[in-house]
Design a protein around this ligand. Structure first.
Ligand code: ATP
Length: 204
């Protein structure tokens, strides 16, 4: 590809929204959350390992993994979280590299956006040519998260505590989209950004 762009932000800051806008312009999107779901589908080694360790309490009625339940279990338990990551991360990264290689081979001039919520937390900056942060101030983030997930502002604040504050992530950004305004205002920034992304010369 022409450029591998890591896209991050905070939970609910608008990563998917912005990635979709750039996708409509022609960027190719790789979404870590989707890959993370794939590697724990029933029938995968990831699924078997997780159920083997956490028990059937993490299996939903339809036989798929109850990801909400699982994230609650590991939220305040570092040891269990590490276990879960050991079961999933290798497969996620393998799927990620396979996907990027396939797109690059088919479309050498593509700009590939890789959306990773915890990119900075996991120190994955080194994987990318450039980084983009989709930014909203903390209060907007809490408001949108509460509305989208139907939770209180206090509950949203607790979830945010598990992440590096979005303001700190800005330090790593080559590109910033300010998504605090209307979707139309974000779309306008995306227009300019798409041109800028295509001008970047990545030394390979
Ligand atoms: P997550 O980390 O949970 O995957 P995300 O960063 O991908 O979230 P989105 O899902 O794109 O964030 O957006 C979060 C919520 O905020 C969604 O309900 C979305 O529709 C809404 N939203 C995004 N941008 C705006 C905006 N500019 N104005 C109003 N609402 C917005």
């Amino acid at each position: 590809c022409k450029m591998l762009l890591g896209v991050t932000g905070g939970i609910g800051s608008g990563k998917t929204t912005v990635a979709n806008m750039l996708g409509a312009k022609g960027a190719r999107i790789v979404d870590f959350d989707l890959l993370a779901r794939k590697v724990v589908e029933p029938g995968t080694g990831g699924f078997d390992n997780i159920v083997g360790y956490f028990g059937t309490q993490v299996v939903a009625e339809d036989g798929t993994l109850d990801r909400k339940r699982l994230s609650k279990i590991v939220f305040n338990d570092v040891e269990k979280r590490k276990k879960l990551e050991a079961f999933t991360h290798p497969a996620i990264f393998k799927a990620f590299f396979t996907r990027v290689k396939a797109i690059s081979a088919a479309e050498p001039d593509s700009v590939i956006l890789v959306v990773i919520p915890l990119l900075v937390e996991l120190n994955l900056q080194y994987l990318f040519d450039r980084l983009m942060v989709v930014y909203v101030p903390r209060d907007v983030q809490i408001r949108r998260l509460a509305r989208r997930d139907n939770i209180t502002a206090d509950e949203a604040a607790v979830i945010l505590k598990a992440q590096i504050p979005i303001d700190e992530k800005l330090k790593f950004a080559d590109f910033v989209v300010d998504n605090a305004g209307t979707l139309e205002e974000t779309r306008e920034q995306v227009e300019g950004l798409w041109k800028a992304l295509n001008k970047v010369n990545v030394a390979k």
